[in-house]
Ligand binder design. Structure first.
Ligand code: COA
Length: 260
């Protein structure tokens, strides 16, 4: 995989996508959003990839937002199209990926950057990270799912305040709010993600995919997540992973999941 704006590293059982526009603080232009779609799609199809880390290059930013220079002159129609295409192509796509996605927030995660971190399955941050949705300071609102996912993750009152003030919160505040799961030093950020992945990779990837689907359906309009859970639970009984997991337990050995 060769991309203009991304670096992809594939290790034994996981992959790292690094958004690589450090001079623009990794701002998400349309080309980068398209490349991210392609990268996530092909890594999701690779059975050896048990989890994906998304991070930013350099030591200053994860992603400092959507690329402001690209949409500054957009019309109403173009603005709506930008948000719709972006949500479909990247943000909803990542949320619904079968493979777990961990955002390693290594600096500024603003606007589209925080929205990308929030679309990921969970987040960890370095202690220099700063997070916010500053769009109203530009006369626009978050368009890549931010008004919805921030309230889902930290509650409506805090989300309202953060969006209205266009403020930034520290990594420690993000931890307190439940927006990120862990805060560590910048040096320890990727090693921590790898440690978490080593725990994830021991488990059944088909069961994890089912769990992601059921948990996402808590927030899917018109769908009852409890019903999804029942269907996905039932499906597990038809998998080789289930046979292996239960046999391994009964035989008092470690499971070796084929991921089927
Ligand atoms: N879109 C386009 N370019 C961006 C960008 C964005 N969202 N964020 C940063 N950049 C660019 C800057 O224009 C600058 O480019 P230049 O060197 O060609 O002028 C470069 O990245 C470095 O940014 P700079 O502002 O000089 O760094 P800083 O350390 O002084 O400030 C921030 C860092 C993150 C506080 C500041 O860049 C910022 O406020 N960015 C916009 C954040 C935002 O509003 N995001 C939501 C967009 S919807």
């Amino acid at each position: 995989m060769k991309f203009e704006n991304l670096l992809i590293e594939i290790a034994a059982n996981y992959a790292t996508i690094t958004i690589n526009r450090p001079k623009k603080l990794n701002a998400l232009n349309i080309a980068t959003i398209q490349e991210l779609h392609e990268a996530f799609k092909s890594l999701d199809a690779d059975a050896t990839v048990k989890a994906i880390i998304i991070t930013g290059s350099g030591d200053k930013a994860f992603v400092a937002g959507a690329d402001i220079s690209e949409f500054a002159h957009f019309s109403v129609e173009e603005g709506e199209r930008l948000a719709r295409n972006g949500q479909e192509m990247l943000f909803n796509f990542v949320q619904n990926l079968k493979t777990p996605v961990i955002a390693a927030v290594n600096g500024f995660a603003l606007g589209g950057g925080l929205e990308l971190a929030m679309a990921s399955h969970f987040r960890i941050a370095s202690d220099n990270a700063k997070m916010g949705l500053p769009e109203v300071s530009l006369g626009v609102i978050p368009g890549y799912g931010g008004t919805q996912r921030l309230a889902q993750l930290i509650g409506k009152g805090k989300a309202m305040e953060l969006v209205m003030t266009a403020g930034m919160i520290s990594a420690e505040d993000a931890l307190r709010y439940g927006l990120v799961n862990y805060v560590t030093t910048q040096e320890e950020l990727l090693p921590l993600a790898q440690k978490l992945i080593s725990k994830i990779a021991r488990n059944s990837s088909v069961a994890i995919a089912s769990a992601i689907k059921a948990m996402n359906d808590l927030y899917t309009d018109g769908v009852n997540g409890f019903e999804t859970e029942i269907i996905e639970f039932g499906k597990c009984f038809g998998t080789t992973d289930f046979k292996e997991g239960t046999s391994a337990f009964l035989e008092k050995r470690k499971a070796n999941f084929p991921g089927k």
